[in-house]
Write a protein that binds this ligand. Structure first.
Ligand SMILES: [Zn+2]
Length: 485
């Protein structure tokens, strides 16, 4: 007997034929696998299942996949919203250094739990994270019933610990957490990128790669115009050559940002089989000096797999992956001309393309028999959405994360009609509020409903900070020297 049946809904399968089934049924077996995706009919009576969910008038899509995320500092949300790029960098450096030194695991645990709650309630069922507290991430996502690929961020030019220590901790994380929580939690190898890693660390990462050839390698590249110069510091001709030299560029490689890359780099990425992860909002919200835009036409022309992620959603206060895809489309159309993506193709960037990048395309990313039952039910019934046609455009242009009604992962119903079952939202929010108060007490940030202001005593406001954080990599050495005192 099947454990779960959703029937009478509109199913957007995202399968190879890009099917839309107007009045459809999804059946899920007792092991959490999809057993049927078919038109509803008298023969597909749902009565023989443990649980039947009538999704009449609703839209069923594959669970959303946030292809690139950081989570440790979720609780800084709202602090940076009104700062311009240069101020943000100074304050982020000061704040993160204080927080890492002065706050305990409870702070980061509250951050992961709040992030998991927000992710779940926005329809994100899989997250690809890169963080300094991966153990808390594995346990929080695992217990919330979500799917996660988590990489301990390796960056000896950012984090005080040396390469040996960081690599040992990464091995320990992989051994302890990869494949846990019924296989929902996986580990990745996650070098911060050209600006975060020394030559010694790259060499150690190459060894780690050889030891764990089946893991995905998740990194940032070409997010500043100085990327190739930084790669030269590690003895390579350019960034892609740096990865190639260490055996780190292949179809298990995930390259995040790729802003300052051209047609030739797109061709080389395509040839390697590597995937590209695009995070449009952060780079448009904090537009920093002159910068190139994501080279979508060249990547499309060469057939590179592109997936979308939220990066640091707490910097720009949005946790909505559907909106993130919309931003990607608007910015690409603005830069290169209309119709860079069709709506159905855009939906793939937050579903099957993310699954492909993560090596999970046989398991999730589309609604097909034999895959794990990760799916999201969207509710377009409120009058503000009716009437409509062109369903893909409704999903990608009209609906938002606020229209997510029901979320299922591995066949388990984690949220039903807006009520989260796999977490206790009240305790998550209370813990986040407490941790946030401690953050303010510790760092001197002042916040109110009217806004937030950094402490007058912020060390980075008075003296030049050593530009060693990941934010440096995101905006570039030139930008920092221009803006830091
Ligand atoms: Zn990132």
């Amino acid at each position: 007997m099947d454990s779960l049946v959703l029937h009478n809904g509109t199913i957007v399968t995202v399968d190879g034929d890009s099917r839309i089934i107007k009045n459809g049924t999804v059946r899920v077996g007792s092991d959490g696998q999809i057993t049927a995706v078919e038109p509803s009919s008298a023969d597909t009576t749902p009565a023989d299942a443990d649980r039947v969910i009538d999704v009449d008038g609703q839209i069923v899509i594959p669970g959303l996949i946030d292809a690139h995320r950081h989570t440790d500092f979720t609780l800084v949300q709202g602090l940076f919203s009104e700062l311009q790029g240069g101020e943000l960098l100074k304050e982020a450096i000061a704040l993160y250094h204080r927080a890492e030194a002065d706050l305990d695991d409870a702070f980061f645990e509250a951050a992961w739990r709040l992030a998991s709650l927000r992710q779940l309630s926005h329809g994100v069922t899989t997250v690809n994270a890169m963080d300094f507290t991966p153990e808390l991430g594995a346990e929080t996502l695992g217990e919330a019933g979500l799917r996660g690929v988590i990489g301990p961020e390796l960056a000896d030019l950012i984090k005080p610990a040396g390469p040996e220590t960081q690599l040992a901790e990464a091995r320990e994380f992989i051994e302890k957490y990869h494949g846990t929580y019924d296989g929902r939690i996986a580990a990745s190898i996650a070098p911060g990128g050209e600006a975060g890693c020394s030559r010694d660390l790259w060499e150690g990462i190459a060894e780690l790669r050889t030891e764990y050839p089946d893991l995905q390698l998740h990194t940032h590249i070409y997010d500043s115009p100085e990327a190739d110069t930084m790669a030269a510091g590690s003895g390579a001709d350019d960034t892609l050559a740096l990865l190639e030299a260490h055996g780190l560029l292949n179809d298990r490689t995930l390259l995040t940002h790729v802003l300052h890359a051209g047609r030739e780099e797109a061709r080389r990425i395509a040839e390697s089989g590597a995937h590209v992860l695009h995070c449009p909002t952060i780079y448009s919200y904090f537009r920093a000096g002159e910068q190139a835009w994501f080279p979508l036409p060249a990547l499309q022309e060469h057939g590179v797999n592109v997936a979308i992620g939220l990066d640091d959603p707490f910097w720009f206060d949005s946790w909505d992956l559907l909106q993130e895809a919309k931003h990607a489309r608007l910015l690409a159309n603005y830069e290169y001309g209309a119709q860079q993506w069709t709506s159905y193709e855009l939906l793939k960037t937050v579903t099957i393309n993310g699954a492909r990048a993560l090596g999970l395309a046989d398991e999730v990313g589309s609604l097909e028999v034999g895959k794990r039952a990760d799916l999201v039910v969207l509710d377009p019934k409120p009058a503000r959405h009716l009437p409509f046609s062109n369903l893909p455009s409704v999903v990608m242009n009209t609906l938002t994360g606020g229209d997510v009604a029901t979320v299922i992962v591995d066949g388990e119903v984690l949220m039903y009609e807006g009520t989260v079952d796999s977490m206790d939202p009240e305790s998550v929010i209370t813990a986040a509020e407490d941790a946030r108060d401690r953050l303010q007490d510790t760092t001197g940030w002042a916040t109110s409903l009217a806004g937030s202001s950094p402490p007058e005593t912020s060390i980075a406001r008075r003296i030049a900070a050593r530009p060693t954080l990941r934010v440096l990599k995101q905006y570039g050495q030139g930008f920092l020297s221009e803006h830091l005192p």
